[in-house]
Design a protein around this ligand. Structure first.
Ligand SMILES: Nc1ncnc2c1ncn2[C@@H]1O[C@H](COP(=O)(O)OP(=O)(O)O)[C@@H](O)[C@H]1O
Ligand SMILES: [Mg+2]
Length: 256
């Protein structure tokens, strides 16, 4: 069984320390949620895990089955089985959802074997159809231009379909409060629920307690001031809904 270990991670953006010693282990098959107020560094964690160049790791480690993830390029991380849902997906007019997914699969195959001729189209079509059926998506969706005029919900649908076809071992979903309508929320949740199982570890990052009414994480963590200040089970999310974050602020202060 695989595990993704984040150990005492420190990350800065433009010399300002944002993550101040974050520790978290996710095993394959587990669903974790990180919640926390705006500006605490939740997205910083997601981008750092994916290797975004603006985020400088100044301490700690991230290991995938003992292998140093921080030394890998973003595409190597993806090939190693880490998936990060794009927070702000770009529109690619002229490229259909199907073309995009096929080239993602093929570039991964080619990275493993430069001689690879790519996945035969009939095989790709079959996989795509199976995934779309599993996610209850209309097949016409695959023929649309990626993100071109997509609603918030359709962008999420493309993202979840990408996750289904790439079959990561760990998926990190950063859900911002802005632009996440109820439809999008439902699509992400149903997608995660449909894809989760013993092969997949999920980290859902959200500011939105409501998301956790749909996705049922086994582990809930609260992040404040760049570190995890509280961890618990699903009842922690309910407690936060009732009490807000104030009761935890003291904890954050004393851990400075
Ligand atoms: N590109 C950037 N340049 C400078 N500061 C940034 C940048 N991106 C984020 N920050 C700062 O980093 C902190 C954490 O941001 P972020 O990780 O987006 O938090 P969250 O996702 O929890 O709302 C905030 O104080 C934010 O202002
Ligand atoms: Mg964020």
């Amino acid at each position: 069984m695989s595990q993704l270990e984040i150990k005492d991670l420190h990350v800065s953006i433009e010399d300002k320390e944002i993550l101040k010693g974050l520790t978290l282990t996710i095993k394959q098959g587990e669903v974790h949620a990180i919640m926390g107020p705006n500006g605490t560094g939740k997205s910083t964690l997601a981008y750092t895990l994916m290797g975004h160049p603006n985020y400088t790791v100044t301490g700690g480690e991230v290991l995938l089955d003992g292998e140093n993830v921080l030394d890998m390029e973003p595409d190597e991380r993806s090939r190693a089985g880490i998936f990060l849902a794009f927070q702000y997906p770009v529109a690619i007019p002229g490229v259909t959802v199907a073309n995009f997914l096929r080239s993602a699969i093929n570039s991964r195959r080619r990275a493993g074997n430069p001689e690879d001729k790519g996945m035969p189209i009939p095989e790709f079509r079959k996989i795509l159809k199976e995934k779309m059926d599993a996610l209850k998506m209309d097949h016409a969706f695959a023929g649309r231009y990626l993100n071109d005029g997509f609603s918030g919900g359709e962008k999420k649908r493309a993202e979840i379909l990408q996750m289904a076809t790439l079959k990561p071992r760990f998926a990190i979903l950063d859900e911002t409060d802005s632009g996440l309508d109820i439809d999008a929320l439902r699509i992400v949740s149903e997608g995660v629920n449909a894809l989760s199982g013993p092969e997949l570890g999920v980290l859902v990052i959200t500011h939105y307690q409501r998301l956790l009414n749909y996705i049922k994480p086994q582990f809930v963590h609260v992040m404040m001031g760049g570190r995890i200040v509280e961890s618990g089970g699903p009842d922690l999310a309910l407690h936060l809904e009732e009490q807000g974050y104030d009761w935890l602020r003291e904890k954050e202060m004393t851990s400075e």
